[in-house]
Write a protein that binds this ligand. Structure first.
Ligand SMILES: Cc1ncc(COP(=O)(O)O)c(C=O)c1O
Ligand SMILES: N[C@@H](CCCC[NH3+])C(=O)O
Length: 442
């Protein structure tokens, strides 16, 4: 059993996170429940900040809020000195409502709407990451309407393929994101932007993919970006001040996952920046990164209650829990693997191999296939580890299930940061037109 952060097994044989017995959390808040180990989130944030401080370079660590965007998380990011990467009006609104300083917000996305751009302009966010030509000209025009000059990075696809799942790999040429470096689109974008009076080009952005375990891809991306910076200075006379290398740093979900310590990813990037830019006699740029998963992923645990069981002799035993693909779509989407334990009987020896089924009306709703567990009984608690990133964030109301609550735990205390959805929430946006209402009872 691999326990992350402050997680441990207490004297009663129960899983404890942040000094709180999860059986108590189940009683207080119900299940399914997302539990976030606040100390581990802060530790991860601090690992990034300390590693960049050690490099001597100017930097911003922008937490990629798509991994887990709620107001309490924005508050932690702010306290830890992080910036924030947002990709929608919803993420931007969440940050602004939390009081996150707008100047530290970076706005991403491959199809920002005029309304989203105007909202961000009105809030005076720090930087737009421009993804395509349509957006570039729209942003310039909208900024001009407001008499503003906006700072931008250009998102480029450096032609580096990260060794990860196809759906979460983004740096290759055939990507919906960004300007291609290889075919000249990136240079053309800079040329066009230099003529626009309401745009200030800070530099470029590259994100090669997600859940990456080695540093070679990042080094290659730095090599390409640095060569591009030199080319643009020579050919267009513009000097980049900022290089953003995105996120993608991997975490340990299951045995066999071999992420590097945060400091090692950061050192690989900063060393590559220093050597490439010094060799070209180029002023050292500010380095920005956008980690999401590696800040919150291993700090999250989802607690479920075991419900029904079905044994198909000689084939498989299913154990159904009170959540599933609606609170964690990652196994169904990416064949992602997770580890889990019986949280109320954590010291008992494993006795059977089971498949954890969710309760969605989908045969593919299996959270974990072939999990070793003690003999589970209805009412036991199952804790699935490493669910902090892209779980609550990607949760849905499929089958009209209610999204679970989220609690932060730290130093023996638990705090609700997102309420469990109610049945009223489920129908909250529904409207029955008058012509359909007549035949109904009420
Ligand atoms: C542009 C960009 N930045 C940052 C991230 C965060 O990635 P991760 O959660 O893998 O660190 C993503 C998602 O992959 C992204 O698309
Ligand atoms: N949602 C993905 C990561 C995609 C990141 C988007 N750039 C995951 O759960 O792993």
């Amino acid at each position: 059993m691999y326990l992350h952060g402050t997680s441990k097994i207490n004297a009663e044989g129960h899983l404890e996170i942040g000094g709180v017995d999860v059986a108590d959390l189940a009683k207080e808040y119900g299940t399914p429940l997302y539990i976030v180990d606040e100390a581990l989130v802060r530790q991860r944030a601090n690992e990034y900040v300390s590693a960049f401080e050690a490099s001597g370079l100017k930097f911003q660590v922008a937490y990629a809020s798509k991994a887990f965007s709620v107001m309490a998380m924005c508050a932690i990011a702010e306290q830890e000195g992080l910036s924030l990467d947002v990709v929608s009006d919803g993420e931007l609104y969440t940050a602004l409502q939390a009081g996150f300083p707008a100047g530290r917000i970076h706005f991403h996305g491959n199809n920002k709407t005029p309304d989203e751009i105007n909202m961000a302009l009105d809030a005076n966010i720090g930087c737009f990451v421009v993804d395509n030509f349509v957006e570039l000209h729209m942003l310039n025009a909208l900024a001009a309407d407001k008499g503003k000059k906006v700072k931008i990075l250009f998102r480029i696809t450096p032609g580096v393929e990260a060794h990860t799942h196809e759906y979460i790999s983004t740096g290759q040429q055939d990507s919906k994101f960004g300007f291609d470096l290889g075919n000249g689109a990136a240079k053309q974008a800079i040329e066009e932007a230099l003529k626009l009076s309401n745009i200030e080009i800070l530099g470029v952005h590259s994100h090669i993919g997600s859940q990456i375990f080695e540093v070679d891809g990042f080094r290659m991306a730095v090599d390409k970006v640095a060569a591009f910076a030199v080319q643009i200075r020579e050919e267009l006379g513009h000097t980049f001040q900022v290089i953003n290398l995105g996120g993608g740093f991997g975490i340990r979900y299951v045995e066999g996952d071999t992420p590097l310590p945060v400091a090692q990813y950061v050192a690989a990037i900063t060393d590559a920046i220093i050597s490439n830019f010094s060799a070209a006699n180029f002023p050292l740029p500010e380095i920005w990164v956008e980690p999401g998963r590696s800040i919150v992923g291993d700090a999250g645990t989802t607690l479920y209650t075991v419900g029904t069981m079905k044994e198909i002799p000689g084939v498989r035993k299913y154990i159904a829990v009170d959540g599933g693909m609606m609170d964690n779509p990652r196994p169904a989407l990416y064949q992602s693997r997770y580890e889990a334990i019986l949280a109320n009987r954590a010291n008992e020896a494993n006795a059977e191999t089971v498949t954890i089924a969710g309760k969605a009306c989908e045969s593919g709703d299996k959270l974990i296939i072939d999990l070793e567990l003690p003999k589970a009984e209805t009412g036991d608690l199952l804790a699935v580890f490493c669910t902090g990133a892209y779980n609550y964030a990607m949760a849905s109301n499929y089958n009209r299930f209610r999204r679970p609550a989220v609690v932060f735990v730290k130093d023996g205390q638990s705090d609700l940061v997102v309420q469990r959805e109610s049945l009223e929430n489920i129908v909250g946006n529904d409207v029955i037109p008058a012509r359909l209402r007549k035949s109904l009872a009420k």
